[in-house]
Each structure stands twice: as structure tokens, then as C-alpha cells.
Ligand binder design. Structure first.
Ligand SMILES: [Zn+2]
Length: 334
């Protein structure tokens, strides 16, 4: 057995990583991270064809057939999504974890070659497998009869295969399985934080979430990150009339607070791990501790606190940090 250890210098803050992801920052930092893949040997097996799902990657040109140039992206390419999900179904590794690895390793680039590990072996392909690891875990994901390390679809199923074997060997722990992939706690934390972002982004597109105001055409007057009196604006501002009903964006449990800046503030602590925040309210409707459903009126808009006129300041907090709520809100109105 042979293990390649990679260290991800200077990028150990998972919250920052999640923020970057959700902020939509084009994360060029990926290009600076050192590549290699940890490896463990185990039984090799090949998949039968999984059928014709998603776009076909060309093994002749090493690219997607439409000729679209690769560039660093954090959004999961739509043509890969069915493969991430099918790989989850087959191997029991959550699709968002697989997608997070693909983002972290290559920004979904089909055919990168990373730096060598200590044996001089080069990591290859979207999931940055070492060829020696691939020999053991590489599978034919797209059903063309060949397990190709440079085929991104094959690499998705192969990473799932690898993680499933290591998960089984580590008491079912996905964290331990990821640690085998690259023996660094920073790496594991980052992968899981990015994965959580992917999971949430999809959750936000599904039923169970709604816009916080009764409008489909919101007018934003403040953006996340705007400079405000020596701090950074922690949410977005949406203009609305005084007394407009403020709607629960998701079901959850209500909290109240007040502050000189926010005036009357209300929070929804949601099962998705996020706290959704509304402030400057003229009036509370939902009581502290009350369980509310999506779309329920929890308060009325106003201009309490530091505010130049009636509006909703809306924020999302995860693990004590504000994240940009705009991607969430935009997806709700798509
Ligand atoms: Zn604001």
C-alpha cells in the first residue's frame, strides 16, 4: 500500500470555502492547490454499461463534443449531474460529496494532469486519480467497455467506487473515507463544506422554500458585502411597502431579537442548518418558539433600526457566518 499525502496550504477555512462557493466567486485558488491522490488497493471490478445518460465525452479528443472550452467553475456542469446521482445510487456516496471532489480536484475539468506524488506518479483526470489507484478502482461508468482515467464519467463512478470501499473499511464513515482520498483534515473539511453548499443549492430549487416577500419582481437596494459604517453588509435589502407581509422562506422555528441597527428582527432556524434573518420589521406576527411553515406570514415590513425607508433586510446565517442570500433568492424565482 502506498499513500500520497497532499497538503492544502492556506485554505483551511471551510466557512470561507462555502462562502466563496455560494458567493459565486470564480475560485481560481483551485489552480494553486497541489494535486495528488491517496491510494489503497482493493478488488477491481468493472461496471456493466450504465446506459446512455448525460452527454458523451469524447475519448478521441479528450473533450466535450460541443467544443466548449473548459474554465474554472463551481457550478456542477448540467451534463454531469445525472452521473453524480447515478453514482450515488450505485455506490451509496452522496452526489454532493462526489461533485465537491470534482470541483476541488479539477473544477470539473475533464483531463488535467496534476503534479506527481512522491513516487513521481502523476494524478490524472477530473477526479485526479493516480494511475496505480485507478488500476484497482477504475470502472467503466459510461458503458463504452473501457475504464478510462481521462473520461470524466468513468472517473465519477470510480471515485464513488473508491470511497464506497473505504467507507465500508472505515465503519461507514464518509469522513474517514474522504480522509483516505487525501490524508488531510483540511481537505476533508473543505470537501464536506463545499458538498454542503451543493446539497443546499439543490434543496433551494425544490419545494419547501419560498420568496420572503409577496412579489416575483423584487427590487434590491442593497447587496451582500456592501460597505456599511466600517463593516460589510451581511444581507440584501429589498424595497417594499410599509406593512407588507414578510413570509417564511422555509419551515422552521422562530426566534426574536432586537438591535439598534436591525430594529425588530426575526429568525427562522431551519432543519437545513441555516438561520434565515429578517429585520427592520414594523411588527412581529410569529411568536418566539413558534413552528412556522413556508409562506406563512411571520412579521410586517417596516423601517425600524437604522433604515432610510421601509424595506426588508434579509440574511442567511450558517455556523455563525453570513452568506450571500442572493443565489438562494434568485433560485426561488427562476
Ligand atoms: Zn440591509
Amino acid at each position: 500500500m502506498e499513500i500520497a499525502v497532499r497538503r492544502n496550504e492556506g485554505s483551511d477555512n471551510k466557512v470561507v470555502k462555502l462562502l466563496m462557493l455560494l458567493l459565486g466567486v470564480k475560485v481560481a485558488v483551485i489552480l494553486f492547490l497541489v494535486f495528488a491522490v491517496g491510494l489503497i488497493f482493493g478488488p477491481l471490478f468493472l461496471l456493466g454499461g450504465l446506459g446512455d445518460i448525460g452527454a458523451e465525452w469524447s475519448k478521441d479528443t479528450g473533450s466535450w463534443p460541443d467544443g466548449v472550452e473548459w474554465q474554472p467553475v463551481e457550478e456542477i456542469p448540467v451534463h454531469l449531474m445525472p452521473h453524480f446521482k447515478a453514482a450515488e445510487e450505485k455506490y451509496g456516496i452522496p452526489w454532493w460529496v462526489l461533485a465537491s471532489i470534482a470541483f476541488k480536484e479539477s473544477s470539473f475539468r475533464p483531463t488535467p494532469t496534476g503534479p506527481s506524488n512522491h513516487t513521481g506518479e502523476l494524478a490524472r483526470g477530473m477526479m485526479q486519480f493516480l494511475p496505480s489507484t485507478w488500476k484497482t478502482y477504475g470502472v467503466d461508468g459510461d458503458g463504452d467497455g473501457k475504464a478510462d482515467i481521462l473520461n470524466p464519467i468513468d472517473s465519477i463512478y470510480s471515485a464513488a467506487n473508491y470511497l464506497a470501499a473505504n467507507k465500508a473499511a472505515n465503519k461507514g464513515s464518509i469522513r474517514d473515507a474522504l480522509w483516505r482520498y487525501n490524508q488531510s483534515d483540511d481537505y476533508v473539511n473543505e470537501i464536506l463544506a463545499i458538498a454542503e453548499g451543493y446539497r443546499l443549492q439543490e434543496a433551494w430549487q425544490r419545494d419547501g422554500y419560498g420568496f420572503p416577500l409577496p412579489t416575483t419582481n423584487p427590487r434590491y437596494t442593497g447587496s451582500f458585502g456592501d460597505p456599511r459604517d466600517g463593516h460589510s453588509h451581511g444581507g440584501v435589502d429589498i424595497v417594499c411597502d410599509y406593512g407588507t407581509p414578510l413570509l417564511a422562506v422555509v419551515g422552521g422555528t422562530i426566534r426574536h431579537s432586537t438591535s439598534p441597527a436591525g430594529g425588530n428582527e426575526i429568525w427562522i432556524d431551519a432543519p437545513d442548518g441555516m438561520s434565515y434573518f429578517y429585520c427592520h420589521m414594523s411588527q412581529y406576527v410569529a411568536r418566539p418558539g413558534q413552528r412556522v411553515s413556508v409562506g406563512q406570514t411571520i412579521g410586517l415590513a417596516g423601517s425600524t433600526g437604522i433604515s432610510s425607508g421601509p424595506h426588508l433586510h434579509f440574511g442567511i446565517m450558517v455556523k455563525g457566518k453570513w452568506i450571500n442570500p442572493r443565489p438562494f433568492l434568485d433560485k426561488l424565482l427562476k
